[in-house]
Design a protein around this ligand. Structure first.
Ligand SMILES: Nc1ncnc2c1ncn2[C@@H]1O[C@H](COP(=O)(O)OP(=O)(O)OP(=O)(O)O)[C@@H](O)[C@H]1O
Length: 407
């Protein structure tokens, strides 16, 4: 690697990223306090492998230019306009909202098809979907990196890509690993990022960089060369770059990808802390358990379409749970359960399990009645309970296919 080249292919951003989300349904009003008014920092697109942009601030979104040669998104923000806009921007309830958002690539590929997403302010939103389901394309449209074929996208209440110069400074993003200079220390890398932000006051730079390093737990390693950083440390440094300025929205693309379990835990803890501070986090991940652990909401994509969105609890509970009955009379128990609409019965020596019917308002299934029916049929019940459906169950039920939970 020659001096001056980023350590690895870049993708950071103060303003770009991937996300998507959801909700549909009854989404609880976010309990977090309003996001801080963002001071302006600029976002810029940077060609792969290019050095951090001189004159643009903050992190940079990376995106390869689209084959079609479509617009590559907004350039550096106008600092004064951005600062004014950020200071006066109303706090919208939905941080991301798309209606009928569609992208058909020039070759004819329909990558995103009529997407209606709503990401509530204050949520930690998981964007979930198998490879090729349209997540990256969606994020690129949200960040103004490519133009939709049809439909609309609003980010922080402003239309994208039109309002990119006002919006992107209020968004921090970490996309597929940060672009770092290996020959510089962690601190020096951040100084570079900060210096590239025309709105960042040089007099307070050292304090800003120190605070960002401290925020991500890199204060002690700040003097180490970035090339000596572990993958997890690089991810954290990327997050620090995205956090040099207050952000209303953080877009994190697979932030734990490639990390060891300890690194994953650290990043997840950091994400929770950032969310607790009021920042909305949009998190793309293929790890279902990560979404369950970290996210309040999630959206599931498949083949360019949104299958569902809502709170993680709603998504998991939308699938039928399984009833498990421990009994020395499993055959009789199975008969009774079948009469009450349970399906997929599995009779074991020690009991029986079965899928509960979907409860409807007109014919609600009362588990107490079910238990009473077993007793009436002289089934000796030792235990009786419903196994909670997981997000993975929900995903499988929605798509009819498994999900690569191991990554
Ligand atoms: N520039 C492009 N030109 C043509 N087709 C594309 C382009 N980028 C993506 N596609 C296609 O659009 C579809 C959606 O791709 P996209 O990258 O958005 O999915 P994804 O969910 O992000 O997948 P992954 O997790 O693998 O990144 C895929 O079929 C992909 O091959």
């Amino acid at each position: 690697m020659t001096k001056g080249e980023p350590v690895e292919e870049q993708r950071i951003a103060s303003g770009g990223g991937r996300m998507t989300t959801p909700p549909v349904g009854p989404v609880k009003a976010p309990g977090h306090p309003g996001a801080p008014a963002a001071s302006a920092a600029c976002a810029a697109t940077v060609p792969s492998g290019a050095p951090a942009p001189a004159g643009a601030a903050g992190a940079a979104v990376h995106s390869e230019p689209e084959a079609s040669g479509e617009p590559a998104g907004p350039g550096p923000a106008d600092s004064a306009a951005s600062a004014a806009s950020a200071a006066t921007a109303p706090a919208v309830a939905a941080v991301i909202e798309t209606r009928g958002l569609t992208k058909r690539y020039r070759g004819g590929q329909l990558a995103v098809d009529g997407l209606d997403l709503t990401v509530p302010r204050g949520s930690v939103f998981g964007f979930l979907g198998p490879n090729g389901s349209g997540k990256t394309t969606t994020i690129r449209m949200l960040m103004g990196l490519i133009e939709p074929s049809s439909g609309t996208a609003h980010v922080l209440g402003e239309p994208m890509p039109r309002a990119g110069r006002r919006v992107l400074p209020r968004v921090g993003a970490l996309i597929e690993g940060p672009a770092l200079y290996g020959f510089l220390s962690g601190r020096e890398n951040l100084v570079r990022y900060d210096a590239a932000d025309p709105t960042a006051d040089p007099r307070t730079r050292a304090a800003r960089v120190a605070a960002a390093l401290d925020r991500v737990g890199l204060a002690a390693a700040a003097g180490k060369k970035a090339r000596a950083y572990s993958l997890g440390m690089k991810q954290r440094l990327g997050l620090a770059a995205a956090l040099l300025q207050p952000r209303e929205l953080l877009v994190l693309d697979e932030p734990t990808n490639g990390l060891d379990p300890q690194g994953m835990r650290e990043i997840r803890t950091l994400v929770r802390e950032l969310a607790a501070d009021g920042t909305t986090v949009f998190l793309s991940s293929h790890l279902l358990d990560e979404i369950e652990q970290v996210c309040t909401h999630a959206a599931v994509m498949a083949q360019g379409r949104l299958l569902t969105q809502g709170t993680v609890g709603e998504l998991a509970s939308s699938t039928r749970g399984r009833l498990a009955v421990t009994t020395p009379d499993p055959v009789d128990a199975a008969r009774v359960l079948k009469e009450h609409g349970l399906t997929d019965l599995v009779v074991l020596e020690t009991g029986v399990t079965g899928e509960l019917p979907l409860s409807s308002p007109s014919a609600p299934l009362d588990l107490a009645d079910l238990n009473a029916a077993l007793v009436r049929a002289d089934v000796r019940v030792r235990s009786f309970g419903v196994e909670r459906a997981s997000l993975e169950d929900a995903f499988v039920a929605l798509t009819g296919e498994g999900f690569d939970v191991a990554g």
